[in-house]
Each structure stands twice: as structure tokens, then as C-alpha cells.
Design a protein around this ligand. Structure first.
Ligand code: C2E
Ligand code: MG
Ligand code: MG
Ligand code: MG
Length: 286
């Protein structure tokens, strides 16, 4: 995955944490400085309606341009940020940057309907999360429904308190999606009980749909179920043209994955916007 995104793997990270505590501490210290040093950046991955070709939104994905010259993926530094509490600062930076970028795109004459950001569990319990979101939306003149929060189903498990927070977020008008749906420890009742808007079906449900009839039936059923529940659905991790064709036949609407685009810079989103639509036009005639 990282190789396909042209990111250098940062292999000594994990090993160093057990065997070389100094190294781990240095990385923590580096991460602490990363915001002020402007080393963090957001990439954006398009979500496309494959029935119409419309760009429905983008997902903001954070990267760390480490002073060593390595681009470090979130899978490697988000766990450290979570352990050290730095995730609150980083997470807030991500939400603000995503809002600023939405305003910049508008100023450049590009309409990106929505941006989603990934949330860590401790952010949900951050006392000023809602105030901050309100502030960033207001400062950038964004309707709240242009912002979407992605939480995992495991985060949503802790029913009582999480449900309350999610309800307050929804009241603000910000959308909520369940990320990596189907991979965590969850129950289908969550889809009924939680105040969510969108289900992002994990890529593992897609990988076999062209070769395994049961896999295809399962994914089609999930898509139909979400429609009946009046939830929107995004199918993630779509990698091949064959999968895309199958999803098109199954009346799937919104798709995200390498076959459409890997995560790209804000500038590339501008440059790619029209080409994305063409990609889908080609799909529909095949
Ligand atoms: P995620 O939210 O499920 O994001 C999707 C990940 O899958 C991204 O990896 C993306 O590059 C990758 N991906 C997209 N399309 C495909 C595909 O077709 N095939 C495959 N194999 N992979 C695909 P990335 O950017 O490395 O992010 C990994 C995870 O890190 C994210 O998973 C998310 O959980 C977390 N993350 C990213 N940014 C943030 C952030 O700002 N805050 C927090 N808390 N977590 C973040
Ligand atoms: Mg996500
Ligand atoms: Mg996901
Ligand atoms: Mg994922």
C-alpha cells in the first residue's frame, strides 16, 4: 500500500520502540514539533459517484514529511500520537486544515462538495471538539454539512457516552460516517441505533467480488441494506476496473479507491477534477 503511494516505509519505527527507547523518544519529540515546523500535510482521496461521474467529496489523510526526508504514513505515527496525547493537537490541526482547504478550493473556483476527516477516539471525548469544529466551519464560511467525521465501528461500540457526543455533532449539522465497516467488533444494531449518515464499507469486502459469487452477494446485500436504512454508502478500497464494473452493475453509487485515485495533494485535486469524471464515462460504455 505504501509502496503504491510512493511513500518510503519507515521500518525502524516499530522495532525501535521495543529495542531502542531513545530512538522512540526522539520520534516522539520530532512529532511534538511537527505541527509548528509545518511538517504535517493533508492528502485528499476523491470519492466518486460511479453512476453519474460526480465527485461527491474527498477524504483528508494526514502525512508527516519527516525532517529526514521520509514521508511517513499515518499508520505509523497516529498510534504514537494517540499514545502520547499528541493526537488532540494533530487532530485539531487536521480538522482546521481540511476546512481551510475547502475554502481555498471554493476561492479557486473548484467546488468540492464535502471533506471527511478521520477521528481518533480521544478526540470524541475532547471537551472542546464541537466548539472547535463550529469555529473552523464559521471562519471558513462552510455549511456544517460540508464536513464529515469518520469514526470506526469499534469507537462507536461504547454506546452511552459516544451516542450522546455523536448526537451533539449531528445537531451541529456535521455528518458522521462509520469507517472500515465490517472489520471491527460491532453489531448491525449500531446501524439502527447510532445517529450516523454514512457507512464506509471496508475494502476487504471488495477484493473477491469478481471471483467469488458469495463475496459479491454479501457486498450487494450490504449496499442494499444501507439504502433501506436510509444511510449513504461508500465502498472503499476499490482497486481494479473489474471490481468497478461489478459495483456499477450492483447499483453501487459512491466509490473510493486506487482505481479512481490514490490520495493526492490539494493542487492535484484541482488538476484532476474533470479527468475523474472522464474516467467514469469510459467505465459506463464498457
Ligand atoms: P482509512 O481512514 O480507512 O483510510 C483509507 C486508507 O486506505 C488510506 O491509507 C488510503 O491511502 C488507503 N487506500 C485508499 N484506497 C485504497 C485502495 O484501493 N487499496 C488499498 N489497499 N488501500 C487504499 P492511509 O492514508 O495510509 O491511512 C491509513 C489510516 O490512517 C486511515 O485509514 C485512518 O484510519 C488513519 N488516518 C489517516 N489520517 C488520519 C487523521 O488525520 N487522523 C486519524 N486519527 N487517523 C488518520
Ligand atoms: Mg477513513
Ligand atoms: Mg477506511
Ligand atoms: Mg482503513
Amino acid at each position: 500500500e505504501h509502496a503504491r503511494e510512493n511513500h518510503q516505509p519507515f521500518a525502524f519505527f516499530h522495532k525501535s520502540m521495543n529495542t531502542r527507547p531513545n530512538e522512540a523518544m526522539r520520534i516522539e519529540a520530532d512529532l511534538r514539533k511537527s505541527i509548528d515546523q509545518e511538517e504535517l500535510l493533508l492528502y485528499y482521496q476523491p470519492k466518486l459517484n460511479i453512476q453519474t461521474g460526480d465527485l461527491v467529496g474527498v477524504e483528508a489523510l494526514v502525512r508527516w514529511n519527516h525532517p529526514s526526508g521520509r514521508m511517513i504514513s499515518p499508520g505509523e505515527f497516529i498510534p504514537i500520537a494517540e499514545r502520547t496525547g499528541l493526537i488532540l493537537l494533530i487532530g485539531e490541526w487536521v480538522i482546521e486544515q481540511a476546512c481551510i482547504q475547502m475554502r481555498k478550493w471554493t476561492e479557486e473556483g473548484i467546488y468540492v462538495p464535502s471533506v471527511s476527516v478521520n477521528l481518533s477516539v480521544s478526540q470524541l471525548f475532547q471537551h472542546n471538539l464541537i466548539e472547535k469544529m463550529e469555529q473552523f466551519l464559521k471562519e471558513n464560511a462552510l455549511e456544517p454539512n460540508r464536513l464529515e467525521l469518520e469514526i470506526t465501528e469499534t469507537m462507536a461500540m461504547d454506546k452511552g457516552s459516544v451516542q450522546q457526543i455523536l448526537t451533539r455533532i449531528k445537531k451541529l449539522g456535521v455528518s458522521i460516517s462509520i469507517d472500515d465497516f465490517g472489520t471491527g467488533y460491532s453489531s448491525l444494531n449500531q446501524l439502527r441505533d447510532l445517529p450516523i449518515d454514512i457507512v464506509k464499507v471496508d475494502g476487504s469486502f471488495v477484493s473477491d467480488i469478481t471471483t467469488n459469487e458469495k463475496a459479491n452477494a454479501l457486498l450487494s446485500s450490504v449496499i442494499r441494506m444501507t439504502k433501506l436504512l436510509k444511510l449513504k454508502v461508500v465502498v472503499e478500497g476499490v482497486e481494479t476496473q473489474e471490481q468497478l464494473n461489478k459495483l456499477y452493475e450492483n447499483e453501487c453509487e459512491v466509490v473510493q479507491g486506487f482505481v479512481i485515485s490514490k490520495p493526492i495533494s490539494a493542487e492535484e485535486i484541482v488538476a484532476q477534477k474533470e479527468q475523474l469524471k472522464c474516467k467514469i464515462k469510459r467505465l459506463n460504455v464498457t
